[in-house]
Design a protein around this ligand. Structure first.
Ligand code: PLP
Length: 387
């Protein structure tokens, strides 16, 4: 079979995932400590799991409305309103999706087509580029820098804008850097969004995981709600990665358009997960706050430890990643990560996986026990000393 003729050109053109390639190596090494995965090391709180059991017991095993359970959409709206001051109509401005991942895909397919340009601050989460590529749009990278704590610099953004620019992706707190933008900094971005008539995809999946300042949702800024698709979900804040549940909130015509795809591809998010998410929003604050507290403590330990062993690391204000520079070692980020794995059994992700501007850095996830973090730091210190 000539598979090149069978598989679409657009799919062939998606490069292999750097993360997957790296995890393939992990299986070959014993006694591994992983700072690699971007998912909570906590299990979903018991009361949330229990709500899922009860819903099954009651026989809730059917499709829901394509939009998701109305009760859940109402609760999502209450949460967005009380936490961030943004208010949506649960009837037609909120869509429950199969994780934020589905929502990213739906939103990009809804907004982009050939000839359009997507503005993508880099280093960036790995799914945006391939999802955009499948729409036929061009991806224009906007580099962010360590000197600026990996925040999006409005001057760099404006330099990248052309008459074809249509959508800007914002992901704060950021994966992979942990960067968070303040309200004033976001207002400068909002001014450019307005000036150049852009639309924003705001992936706010880490909004609950901030450690120092209060969080500003981009849609809450003056005039931005009508230009933003707000994405959020349950994977990170409530330790629910395996439940596959998230949502999009946006003006009704956008949700309506996203729905055109969702109703034929997913129909709806799984009802068990929707019931669990409802419980998480209603009664999950205490457990969530405990998890956030644990991440904050780990962040403080890992940032201090990395700087002490000579890896220059800024103190990120959110998510559960640090993004230290490994330039002092003279190794490329791939060499560093590969050798650290093979010589000391510590998994970190090479920064270049998140785009060219991630070269010279590694991503370490601190969604791992303090014990693991201390041991990983010891091993990294030994690794650096032996270089
Ligand atoms: N957006 C970002 C920035 C992420 O880091 C992730 C997962 O790592 C996702 C979206 C995917 O989230 P979900 O599990 O809700 O699909």
């Amino acid at each position: 079979m000539n598979w090149e003729q069978v598989i679409s050109k657009k799919v062939q053109d998606i490069p292999p995932s750097g993360i997957r390639k790296f995890f393939d190596l992990v299986s070959e090494v014993d006694d591994v400590i992983s700072l690699g995965v971007g998912e909570p090391d906590h299990v979903t709180p018991w009361h949330v799991r229990e709500a899922a059991y009860y819903s099954l017991e009651k026989g809730h095993t059917m499709y829901t409305s394509n939009y998701g359970l109305l009760e859940l959409r109402e609760e999502i709206n209450k949460y967005l309103e009380s936490s961030f001051g943004v208010d949506y109509n649960p009837d037609d401005q909120i869509l429950v999706t199969v994780g934020v991942s589905e929502a990213v895909d739906l939103a990009l397919r809804t907004l982009l087509e050939e000839g359009d340009e997507l503005l993508l601050p880099e280093p960036s989460y790995v799914s945006y580029q391939p999802a955009a590529q499948l729409t036929g749009a061009d991806v224009v990278k906007v580099p962010t820098k360590q000197e600026n704590n990996f925040k999006l610099d409005p001057k760099e953004l404006e330099k990248a804008i052309t008459s074809q620019s249509k959508v800007l992706i914002l992901c704060y707190p950021n994966n992979p850097t942990g960067a968070v933008m303040s309200e004033d900094e976001l207002k400068e971005i909002a001014a450019l969004v307005k000036k150049h008539d852009l639309f924003v995809l705001a992936d706010e999946i880490y909004a609950e995981l901030t450690y120092d300042d209060s969080y500003t949702s981009f849609a809450s800024l003056d005039g931005m709600k009508e230009r933003t698709v707000l994405l959020n979900g349950f994977s990170k804040a409530y330790a629910m990665t395996g439940w596959r549940i998230g949502y999009a909130a946006a003006p009704e015509p956008i949700i309506n358009a996203m729905m055109k795809i969702h109703q034929y591809t997913m129909l709806c998010a799984p009802i068990v997960s929707q019931n669990a998410a409802l419980e998480a929003l209603r009664n999950g604050n205490q457990e969530k706050d405990k998890m956030v507290k644990s991440y904050k403590q780990r962040r403080n330990v890992i940032v201090k430890g990395l700087n002490e062993i000579g890896l220059d690391c800024f103190k990120p204000k959110g998510a559960f990643y640090v993004f230290p520079s490994i330039k002092s070692t003279g190794l490329s980020s791939e060499e560093f990560a590969q050798r650290l794995l093979q010589e000391e059994g510590v998994v970190v992700i090479p920064g270049n996986v998140f785009g060219e501007s991630g070269e010279g850095f590694i991503r370490c996830s601190y969604a791992s026990s303090l014990e693991n973090i201390y041991e990983a730091l010891n091993r990294m210190e030994r690794f650096i000393e032996q270089l």
